[in-house]
Design a protein. Structure first.
Length: 340
């Protein structure tokens, strides 16, 4: 038998296949409560198996997978949560990401299960995969926002000239309202209006009421693709992770941006917080996100900062500022001021 000798390595292909197993392993670990079982400290494998209702010999390699991906530590025979797991994967943590991960898994599974069909047909998954008014989607999105970049963005906005005198802001596509709530906390005189789709604002209003922001955070039905905001009404117009649906048409994006800019008072600030590629962005991670985004029916989840800056300048906004809000190059804040 004449069997050819490989001239290249098959390892990268096999490694890519196993990445899907890693994602499923993490989902399973969350579902069985693995990280909650270690919330009070290190434990032996048999103790973890009893707490999670799993079989010792099946659980053992899952524990080792979590060690390999820096979610668990192993000292001697005992396992414990790493600081990352303790902060984001334990359900009692204020920064728990469980619902955010469920939302992302739901979204990605729609893409992976229908990938060949989506590669061959025009329709995307944007409407099916983004039920933004549903409680699970709103809470999942809120959890994901709390994972880090939003807090940095709030710090930057609070340092903008004039922030302490702001009295009114609009939160474009504000959904869960966490951005608005954090900013009104930083300035007690500030009142926010969440401007989102009609079915979203009803859920958002109830969420804000339950969290004690009734009277400080309001809602208004608004579709940025066609609706006009009241002119010269806001000291701050914030658009966080909402322009992705418009970037396929630069004209539509520019028109929506123009309507938002006209809503600013003289001296008011426009702020966009979004994903943008830079030298720190992982090429592999970015390519996977681009694939999922395109399959969902959007052009990109990475907004071109130069294009946005040029649009703002064309509308007469000044003092344009660009600041990274994520150490891995995923999130960027762009701010610009309307002249007095």
């Amino acid at each position: 038998m004449n069997i050819p000798t490989p001239k290249t390595s098959f390892y990268p292909v096999r490694s890519l296949q196993f990445q899907g197993v890693g994602s499923s392993a993490l989902s399973a670990a969350m579902e069985i409560g693995l990280f909650d079982a270690l919330a009070d400290g290190p434990a032996l494998p048999e103790q973890i198996a009893e707490a999670t209702g799993t079989l010792d010999d099946r659980l053992a390699p899952l524990l080792d997978v979590c060690v390999a991906f820096d979610l668990l530590e192993r000292k001697g025979a005992k396992y414990s949560n790493t600081p990352t797991a303790a902060e984001f994967l334990v359900s009692s943590s204020p920064l728990f990401q469980g619902k955010a991960m469920q939302l992302n898994t739901y979204f990605m599974s729609l893409c992976t299960e229908n990938m060949v069909h989506l590669l061959r047909n025009k329709e995307g998954l944007s409407e099916q995969a983004a039920p933004w008014a549903a409680d699970f989607a709103m809470e999942g999105t809120a959890q994901e926002a709390m994972a880090g970049p939003m807090q940095r963005a709030v710090e930057i906005i609070a340092e903008l000239p004039g922030f302490s005198e702001f009295t009114r802001m609009c939160d474009i596509g504000g959904n869960h309202g966490t951005f608005s709530m954090l900013l009104t906390d930083r300035n007690p005189s500030l009142r926010a209006v969440i401007c989102d789709l009609p079915d979203v604002v009803e859920t958002a209003a109830e969420r804000c009421r339950k969290l004690g922001y009734d009277g400080r955070v309001e809602t208004m039905a608004y579709d940025m693709r066609k609706d006009q905001l009241p002119e010269a009404s806001f000291d701050l117009a914030l658009a966080s992770h909402v322009f992705y649906s418009l970037v396929s048409s630069e004209d539509a994006w520019a028109e929506a941006l123009g309507r938002i800019c006209r809503s600013l008072k003289p001296g008011g600030w426009f702020v966009s917080h979004h994903m943008a590629k830079d030298e720190d962005t992982s090429a592999k991670d970015a390519s996977l996100l681009d694939l999922v985004t395109r399959l969902a029916g959007y052009k990109s989840h990475f907004l071109p900062v130069d294009t946005l800056s040029d649009m703002l300048a064309a509308y007469g906004l000044q003092d344009i500022r660009v600041v990274k809000t994520s150490s891995k190059g995923w999130s960027t804040l762009v701010a610009a001021r309307k002249p007095l």
